[in-house]
Write a protein that binds this ligand. Structure first.
Ligand code: AMP
Ligand code: ZN
Length: 513
């Protein structure tokens, strides 16, 4: 096995809440990321888990570790408000949009996949759909029933969390506390508030659109079941890494672990590393579909931002930090991207770099500098580039990514190299290719002309221009009166129209993004 070279990769494991050395347990690392429920458009916040998982994949590739990546698509089983009873999100959306459940799922899944492609997220090896695994989910629940982990109520089959030793460890769960918070819905007859549905039985007199027959009657699977079943089916019973948004750490992943470890019953942790990304905030609140937030990548593109600018915005924060989405920050990201791409374009073509070993070989350094590690030396053409400064930057990039995927540091290192008068042009090419192997900003091919596609103002009608100028005048007045909240509100309205206002000493100017 080509094994990790350079700095030891360290990742923050939510299980134990600490930075740990990452060591693969198999020749191919299994990586499972919880995917979206495809009942509506995915918002900007929903993109973060996949850009983060993509960064992780790139980091593993950089270290010479092969990965098999699975991302599920939830097209059944996710009840409204993440609860165990009530309507399925997909069915509600289908009724509202007067389309079939299949159409809804397919439409929003394709929209999501297109957004990921625009963000240069490498496609997963498999995107399993929950609806295709219901038979396996039933078999999984039958096994749990045989093992004595379940009980049945009129509302369905429940997992008895009191039978699961260490239930809630991932969440550092205070079970008594969870009961107090009232976050958990009341279900008649449920033994513990933390018990969750493996099977959601049809309510009497209600016929679901998506329904399957099971030993517990007609109904649909519980939401948590799909991830245990599909990950085991596609990655083996145990695998190395499971990722998702931070909200999953408290409930969904806790329940996945409980049912999976009960099912396996081998006393081993089901998955070794649990990694969670923090939220993207809008106005200091989590962007959430349920709160009616729908700001999505397509809106940014419509307003003239390049998808890579949003990727750059995301990478500018560490995945474990909350990040405030603002149009000011997007403007900054767009400007940085523009500068970066115009600076890098003359250096093209860039050499092909995917791994640390690739970069070191191009610079004539031994593929594996750390003690006791070996890696296959990649084949390079031509003489290696003799550039000590470039090699130092490559090592700095390696140190940054190995330190729990420190993308802000990695970006800073790239910028530093681009400003360095002592680096050679050939060395710089290697450093840029190296950084982009991990950042995925398409620095090797993004056309500078493609980056900036602000709409020319001549597309606007005179009425639109007048309306914009009226808003700007109102904002100027509000600012004069120190009515900051009104001024901010107007800026928000202008943002929504794709208008960017810049305050200059001679008054405000504006342009379209
Ligand atoms: P959902 O379809 O709601 O399960 O969300 C898909 C993924 O996006 C999950 O991993 C969520 O944890 C994650 N997510 C949802 N909202 C945000 C947000 N505002 N910022 C970052 N991640 C989010
Ligand atoms: Zn999941």
């Amino acid at each position: 096995m080509a094994w990790v070279t350079g700095q030891q990769l360290r990742l923050y494991n939510s299980l134990g809440r600490r930075l740990e050395d990452f060591t693969p347990s198999a020749d191919v690392v299994g990586l499972y990321s919880c995917g979206p429920t495809v009942y509506s458009y995915q918002h900007l916040g929903n993109m973060r888990p996949y850009v983060f998982a993509d960064t992780l994949r790139r980091a593993l590739r950089w270290k010479g570790v092969p990965v098999r990546a699975v991302v599920n698509i939830t097209d059944v089983g996710h009840a409204v408000a993440d609860s165990d009873t009530g309507e399925d999100k997909l069915e509600v959306a289908a009724a509202k949009e007067r389309r079939s459940v299949e159409e809804i799922a397919e439409f929003y899944a394709q929209d999501w996949l297109a957004a990921l492609a625009a963000l240069n997220v490498q496609p997963a090896d498999v995107y399993p759909r929950a609806s295709e695994y219901v038979e396996q989910m039933i078999a999984f629940a039958v096994r749990l029933e045989e093992l004595g982990y379940t009980y049945q109520l009129p509302t369905g089959l429940y997992f008895d969390t009191s039978k699961s030793p260490g239930y809630g460890t991932l969440a550092l769960l205070d079970l008594a506390g969870q009961r107090e918070t009232g976050r958990v819905e009341h279900v008649e007859g449920r033994k513990q508030a933390s018990d969750f549905a493996l099977w959601r039985a049809e309510e009497p007199g209600v016929r679901r659109v998506m329904r399957w027959n099971s030993p517990w009657g007609w109904g649909a699977p519980g939401w948590h079941l799909e991830c245990s079943v599909m990950s085991m089916a596609l990655l083996g019973e145990h695998f190395d890494i499971h990722t998702g948004g931070i909200d999953h750490r408290e409930l969904h992943h806790v329940n996945e672990i409980a049912q999976s470890e009960a099912y396996l019953g081998d006393g081993r942790p089901w998955v070794r590393y649990w990694l969670h990304n923090e939220f993207i905030l809008l106005d200091a609140q989590k962007i959430a579909k349920s709160a009616g937030h729908t700001l999505r990548l397509a809106d940014l593109v419509e307003a003239g931002y390049h998808p890579m600018a949003y990727r750059l915005f995301l990478l500018g924060g560490h995945y474990r930090s909350q990040l405030d989405f603002t149009f000011t920050a997007m403007d900054a990201a767009q400007a940085t991207l523009r500068r970066l791409v115009s600076r890098v374009a003359p250096l093209r073509p860039l050499p092909r770099v995917e791994t640390l070993a690739d970069a070191r070989a191009l610079l004539g350094a031994p593929a594996a500098a750390a003690a006791g590690v070996t890696a296959d030396a990649p084949v390079t053409h031509g003489a290696p580039v003799d550039d000590k400064a470039a090699l130092a930057y490559v090592e700095a990039v390696d140190a940054a990514i190995a330190n729990d995927l420190a993308t802000p540091k990695l970006l800073a290192t790239l910028q530093e190299a681009l400003r360095d008068p002592d680096i050679t042009a050939e060395g710089l090419k290697i450093v840029v290719a190296t950084a982009d192997a991990l950042l995925g900003l398409r620095l090797a091919d993004l056309d500078p002309a493609e980056v900036d596609q602000r709409r020319p103002t001549d597309d606007l009608t005179p009425e639109q221009v007048a309306a914009i100028e009226r808003l700007i005048a109102e904002r100027t007045q509000a600012r004069k009166e120190k009515n900051w909240s009104r001024a901010d509100e107007i800026r928000g309205e202008l943002d929504a129209l794709g208008v960017q206002v810049t305050d200059t000493p001679t008054g405000p100017t504006w342009q379209l993004r």
